[in-house]
Write a protein that binds this ligand. Structure first.
Ligand code: SF4
Length: 408
């Protein structure tokens, strides 16, 4: 909706995007193409309601004069084409009177006499949007309580910062994938192939040499073509092959039943989907495992529970609900450059443990609130920034927090 977009008024700060400005912010600026959506009574001009976006002292005539000037300045901001759209027909959504009034004689009012330009006025009925629409990584169907689908990773991103989620997942601004993230994908692929061949342990030497071969194979595949240089690809490969070899030669006991399994869980009318790295059969049930290629430094059971309770780690608890008989969830950290001797390492939580159950209850409350906010279209910046140092959108965020977008 317009209200949603209006919360991110400076998207033009991000290279490769178009500025999204209120008409007030666009005053004096010029662009090749200008789109003015929502040209209806009540917005163009805004109703005269002193105290609501309008100074209490302003008089009515002055207000409408200002509105008129602002609309005209928006019209004349386009150097090539101006698109004005409105939703007509409903009683309280009448087309703006300016459409009739100014589009006819804009040339007279705002263009210098020697440089008049013609205005082609064409009324084009807008096509109805299809029933379902995809915004980046999120799928909406219908407007009022319709079906919404979202991935677990998007949901985690929303829980961390709704504005960041909006920019990266909903409008899908391309952000370059880091080499570390690329390694994560490759390592997941190596482990998937490894456990396809070894659902249960074989001899250490057999598993170790096969792990070496799979590492060579995957790091030479087209999926690994995005490293900056061959040198950096070689460094990353050497780093991870050390830990993957340790993984293959370790004393892991496993009985793998599923790898890279796609699942979907229905929560609060929203379908949450994801991919489970691994499911193992264990005594009395099954264990859902999530691999992490980053460091798990201070990670202990209590920290994982806290993260779950705060709604920062959703993947394992949500995946557990998709697997019948799941009794344990495990985070498996594969590599760390500071303490290589400690890795791989893992933390497992039993789902019938009292403290874990309490954390899951807390998570459910947070999740419910977040899912409702997503449906409402609330994409405000996080109240406590989770990533102030390296967030690529911090300038935009500062403006969204600080700017009164209705200020004249
Ligand atoms: S700076 Fe922080 S609060 Fe703002 S968008 Fe980035 S992550 Fe969110």
């Amino acid at each position: 909706s317009l209200a949603t977009f209006a919360r991110a008024p400076y998207l033009g700060d991000i290279p490769g995007t178009s500025p999204l400005l209120t008409v007030h912010e666009a005053k004096g600026a010029h662009f090749k193409f200008v789109f003015i959506p929502g040209a209806v009574w009540g917005k163009f001009p805004r109703r005269f309601s002193p105290g609501v976006y309008i100074k209490k002292t302003e008089d009515e005539q002055k207000h409408y004069d200002t509105e008129e000037k602002i609309f005209l300045s928006a019209l004349s901001a386009g150097t090539e084409k101006v698109f004005v759209s409105f939703n007509g027909g409903e009683e309280d959504e009448m087309p703006s009177p300016y459409i009739e009034e100014f589009l006819k004689d804009i040339a007279v009012k705002s263009a210098p006499a020697q440089d008049t330009f013609s205005v082609e006025m064409e009324m084009v009925p807008a096509e109805r949007p299809p029933d379902g629409s995809v915004h980046g990584d999120i799928f909406f169907s219908g407007h009022d309580g319709g079906k919404v689908k979202i991935s677990v990773s998007s949901l985690e991103s929303y829980m961390k910062c709704p504005l960041n989620f909006f920019i990266e997942k909903m409008i899908s601004l391309e952000t370059k994938r880091s080499e570390k993230a690329l390694c994560g994908t490759l390592v997941h692929s190596i482990l998937e192939k490894f456990h396809a061949e070894f659902p249960v342990p074989a001899s250490k030497s057999e598993m170790s040499s096969r792990m070496d071969e799979l590492t060579d194979e995957v790091f030479a595949s087209p999926g690994a073509a995005d490293f900056e240089t061959r040198h950096s690809a070689g460094c990353w490969k050497a780093f991870f092959s050390f830990f993957l070899k340790k993984y293959a030669e370790g004393d892991n006991i496993f009985k793998v039943t599923e790898r890279e399994k796609s699942v979907s869980v229905s929560m609060e009318d929203i379908e949450v989907s994801g991919r489970i790295d691994r499911v193992d059969e264990i005594e009395g049930g099954s264990e859902v495992i999530d691999y992490k290629t980053g460091t798990g430094k201070k990670f202990k059971k209590v920290a994982l529970r806290n993260q779950i309770g705060r709604g920062e780690h959703l993947a394992l608890p949500i995946y557990a609900r998709a697997i019948e008989g799941c009794s344990e969830i495990t985070l498996f950290w594969l590599a760390d450059h500071e303490k290589p001797e400690d890795y791989p390492q893992k933390v497992t939580l039993a789902l019938d443990d009292e403290k874990t159950l309490a954390a899951l209850e807390e998570m459910d409350l947070k999740l419910k609130e977040a899912l409702e906010n997503i449906k409402k279209g609330d994409f405000s910046p996080a109240s406590k920034c989770p990533n102030s140092r390296s967030c690529p959108h911090k300038d935009l965020c500062a403006r969204v927090r600080g700017v009164d977008i209705y200020e004249i």
